[in-house]
Design a binder for this molecule. Structure first.
Ligand code: KG4
Ligand code: ZN
Length: 337
């Protein structure tokens, strides 16, 4: 069978990224230009600035991806891009770049859902996913449990009723006055601390849902109480305490579904899949349920990148699920495929 080379573009938030992926699994290049150092100054992503930086960087990132992959434009079979969800202005730059390339090179276009990309990152350098599968999607914008009966049929069984888990990490980071993104810093800090602070265990409405805003408020109240009492807050202990409660909730709800469903595989997906406690908990689950495969993407494919978009585009290419030049960005995109 002929090899399929897909050029993929991701620009949904604050990373301008392009990758060349062979047959959905082999990453020939994966260029990510992160804007984090800029947004750090403001403690979060400034959408207007993000779009402007995508415009400045997109052509360079695409050229680097092609050069690093050591391929020619004529080797490409399709151009994939993130259609949504994400920031409208950021998405738009990737959409325009993808359409321009596809039109100029006469190639099919493949619009990809960002969340589906995060899930398919598990297939990079790895076996095909096994179904029935449960994916715990955890990112800055999403916390969802998605059940796939087979590779073409899925259902969202649980989601957050308020903040996404990554958002909660970032907001708690702001309360602790540590650099953005809080998730990365809290994970690092927690390694030097112990979960000694008592924080309110979140309770969500709905059987398999999550809730994180009460936990964030509980951190805010604790910091205010300690400040008022003239005691210094131990950030490492606070990081460990918050991380423990947040991750334990994700695992507790996931485990309820693992027990209920007849699964072949469970995977993590999204930026928070990089969290060390979450990865350790998944390793623990794999020992408790040896008949199920447990996995998470390699660290470099957890946070936003274009290789995952190339991986997700491959089955869409095989099923000829092509888009058209009249498609646009969809900031609240819901359909995975
Ligand atoms: O998937 P992603 O790169 O962007 C979105 O699609 O939202 O996820 C970014 C989120 C941020 O909230 C960031 O704080 C969080 O992932 N994150 C982490 C870790 N690394 C990134 N959260 C907890 N622990 C980490 N190690
Ligand atoms: Zn993401």
């Amino acid at each position: 069978m002929k090899d399929v080379y897909i050029l993929a573009i991701e620009s949904s938030c604050d990373e301008t990224a392009c990758a060349i992926v062979k047959n959905g699994k082999e990453v020939l290049s994966n260029v990510v230009n992160s804007q984090i150092d800029f947004h750090k100054q403001y403690g979060g992503v400034i959408p207007e600035s993000a779009s402007r930086m995508h415009v400045e960087n997109i052509s360079k990132v695409i050229d680097s991806a092609i050069n690093q992959a050591k391929i020619k434009h004529s080797d490409l079979d399709a151009v994939a891009y993130t259609q949504g969800p994400g920031l409208i202005g950021s998405l738009h730059i990737g959409v325009v770049a993808a359409k321009t390339l596809a039109w100029t090179l006469g190639l099919p276009l493949i619009p990809v859902n960002h969340i589906y990309g995060h899930i398919m990152a598990n297939q990079i350098d790895n076996d095909d996913l096994d179904y029935p599968l449960l994916a715990l999607v955890v990112s800055g914008g999403h916390s969802e449990l998605i059940y796939f009966k087979d590779k073409n049929t899925y259902e969202v069984l649980g989601k957050t009723t308020d903040d996404a888990v990554g958002e909660a990490f970032d907001k708690v980071g702001r309360i602790m006055d540590i650099p953005y993104p809080g998730g990365v810093e809290i994970d690092k800090l927690s390694k030097d601390g112990e979960a000694l602070y008592k924080l309110t265990e979140p309770k969500a409405e709905g059987e398999y849902n999550f809730s994180f805003s009460g936990l964030k408020s509980s951190v805010l109240q604790l910091v205010a109480r300690e400040n008022k009492a003239g005691r210094e807050v131990d950030n490492a202990n606070l990081a460990a305490s918050f991380q423990m409660v947040a991750i334990d909730q994700l695992i507790r709800v996931s485990e309820e579904l693992i027990n209920k469903l007849e699964l072949k595989q469970f995977v993590l997906a999204g930026g928070v899949a990089a969290n060390s406690r979450l990865r350790d908990e998944v390793k623990r689950l794999s020992k408790t349920y040896p008949h199920i495969k447990f996995g998470y993407p390699q660290m470099k494919y957890c946070s936003d990148n274009a290789a995952m978009i190339g991986a997700a585009a491959y089955p869409l290419y095989k099923n000829k699920k092509f888009g058209s030049l009249s498609d646009g960005a969809n900031p609240s995109h819901r359909k995975l495929f």
